[in-house]
Design a protein around this ligand. Sequence first.
Ligand code: GTP
Length: 281
Amino acid sequence: IQWYPGHMAKAKRQMKEILKVIDVVLELVDARAPESSHISDIKDIVGEKPIIRVLNKEDLAQKEVTEKWQNYYKEKGIISFSVDSVHKSGIKEIIGYIKNIKKQKNGVVRCMVMGVPNVGKSSFINQLAGRKSAKTGDIPGITKGKMWLKVNKDLELLDTPGILWPKFEKRDAGVKLAILGCIKEEIYNPEKIALILIKFISLKFRKELMERFKLDSPGNPEDILREIGEKRGCLLAGGRIDTLKASKIILKEFRDGKIGKISLEEPCDNEFWEIYNESVD
Ligand code: GTP
């Protein structure tokens, strides 16, 4: 998967301008693939600003794997939190942490949320700011047209999240981002991505996969995809199975956590990488 939008340089410049008034950056990643959804060059963008890594959608990831990630980050000296921006868990802890930063700084702490598309930035901002939060004005000249949400007397949050575009250091990161819905559908082949996902899920979550789609017999990924199409009535004219439609179904249901709590990567593992390599022509 190759992509790098042309307007990125401009967006990065604008972000640098806004960052002048930001004290803390909250980098949202998807808890199911924290490394692949992390922006490897975020430090080039934010410079010396402290970054807190927020593993969002923890409700869709394996709890024990998320814990492994947090221990891994701790060892590396990276501050991390895991949250669920739908059911609002983990939010209080972040607010508490920022409150501590406030003690070292005079005046209000200003935060900005950044992350790749679809990691849940808007949902997270809504949870962090809460319903009561009042909008305050912009900082003239710098955050023109952008509003600040007052979380409490110590903390203000920029209402517009910064969208970042990943540079794939490892090529399988692109596949994971496609699985997670962070990449536009036009630039990948859903069938290829769905087959890699099926192969991965079959390794450890075969039972869940069989149950979800009421599969009769576990076959190879191609067979499974066809059976999913059959079971869900994805038919083309002439009775052929619409495997593209079936691919979109399994991707959507994985993203929504319907198959189960499934993490795509663990710290320092190569499982996915091997499947990816076997699957590329
Ligand atoms: P862009 O504006 O496209 O960059 O997206 P975003 O990062 O602002 O993501 P958004 O908040 O729109 O969330 C994307 C999808 O993920 C929505 O369907 C949310 O309901 C869902 N979502 C966000 N956070 C969580 C979470 O913690 N758990 C679960 N289960 N779903 C979440």
